[in-house]
Design a protein around this ligand. Structure first.
Ligand SMILES: [Zn+2]
Length: 154
């Protein structure tokens, strides 16, 4: 078993130094995008600095920082991709439990202004571990491995 929590800790150290939008950076998009889940208006990223195994992010392709700036096509496609991503994670992690959320604004804990939903599959053992040892997350799968596994799901 690999423990990759050091990546999240590393990210916390550099996040305030990032001046450009990572989600608009073609290099970042190439590294983290899950092509099999992508839509016309949305990217689906395997989080390079995951909160838990299987952490995906749904990100509009346009640089949008406020929910009200999403147009009707983007709003409509979001729920389709959320369902598609949830289904793929559900098959991969053998669960029907998920967390899905968004941080909006400077004081919300959001580190990148470009809006993005976090989607996390939850399994019984993970929930129990979080309840017993609060704030401890063991990451066993990096984003490359997650992308590879999700792209294999039909
Ligand atoms: Zn952006």
């Amino acid at each position: 078993m690999k423990v990759l929590e050091k990546g999240r800790a590393q990210y916390r150290k550099i996040k305030n130094k990032i001046k450009t939008c990572s989600f608009c950076d073609p290099k970042v998009i190439k590294q983290q995008s899950v092509k099999s889940l992508e839509g016309k208006y949305w990217l689906v990223f395997a989080n390079k600095y995951p909160y838990l195994d299987g952490n995906l992010m749904l990100i509009p392709k346009r640089h949008i920082c406020q929910l009200e700036d999403l147009n009707t096509e983007e709003q409509s496609e979001f729920f389709k991709l959320l369902e598609k991503s949830k289904k793929a994670l559900g098959r991969l992690f053998e669960t029907d439990s998920f967390n899905c959320g968004i941080n909006i604004g400077q004081y919300s804990g959001c580190s990148i202004a470009h809006i993005h939903w976090q989607l996390l599959p939850r399994r019984k053992y993970t929930q129990n571990a979080c309840n017993i040892i609060h704030d401890l997350h063991i990451i066993t799968m990096d984003h490359h491995e997650l992308i590879k596994k999700l792209n294999r799901i039909k």
